[in-house]
Ligand binder design. Structure first.
Ligand code: SF4
Length: 206
């Protein structure tokens, strides 16, 4: 492992004290992890003023001041996980987003405490479990275009391709979705029983 990222923003810090994150960052530095970064999700572009983004700015400043070695990354919040129930009300809904997901092009892998391995930074779509197979085996055999879920999301139509599968299995589409991630997450949530070894871990689904 040569990189570690920490989510640091007002949404995560409602549940995880910032001091806990800081302790983990220090530990990561002490054991020599080469790249340590924080990622802050903003509601809309970071220069848009709202209560969440103002709070985020303060948290990011605190981190930058205390941890010179840390790269502080800002991104726009994607509506998935808990954000679906808590934050989608702040977005205007579009009927069915049809843009494909572009995050899987870079070969970057993430592992969670239960051994689930993900390609890229999107939790909830597993490519294997490191408690069952070695990481090198999992990564060596992985081809994102052939993965049963990722392959659909990166194709033309994006998460809409998953929507079609879900509808066949009885999913009722909503009138609108905040963005492609909202659609992707909602459909994956429904499809979990059909892909029990892929749509994991359960704690990120509702
Ligand atoms: S939720 Fe779906 S569309 Fe959004 S980044 Fe993750 S895989 Fe891509």
């Amino acid at each position: 492992m040569n990189t570690i990222g920490f989510s640091v923003d007002t949404f995560h810090q409602e549940f995880i004290p910032l001091d806990v994150v800081k302790r983990a960052m220090k530990a990561a530095y002490e054991v020599g992890i080469e790249q340590i970064y924080t990622i802050t999700q903003n509601l809309g572009p970071e220069n848009i003023n709202n209560l969440f983004n103002e709070q985020n700015k303060k948290i990011a400043e605190e981190i930058s001041k205390e941890f010179e070695f840390c790269q502080v990354i800002n991104s726009e919040l994607q509506v998935r996980g808990r954000a679906v129930t808590q934050l989608s009300k702040y977005f205007s809904m579009t009927t069915i987003p049809s843009d494909k997901c572009l995050i899987f092009k870079l070969p970057m892998f993430m592992i969670d405490p239960n051994g689930w391995v993900f390609h890229q930074l999107c939790h909830g779509i597993c490519i294997g479990n490191a408690k069952e197979n070695s990481l090198s085996e999992i990564i060596g055999e992985f081809n994102y275009r052939k993965h049963p879920i990722i392959g659909k999301i990166v194709s033309k139509g994006g998460p809409q391709n998953l929507l079609e599968i879900a509808i066949e299995k009885g999913y009722k589409p909503q009138n609108g979705y905040a963005d492609k991630c909202h659609l992707c997450y909602s459909v994956r949530n429904f499809l979990r029983p059909f892909y029990p070894n892929i749509l994991q871990p359960s704690n990120i689904y509702s």
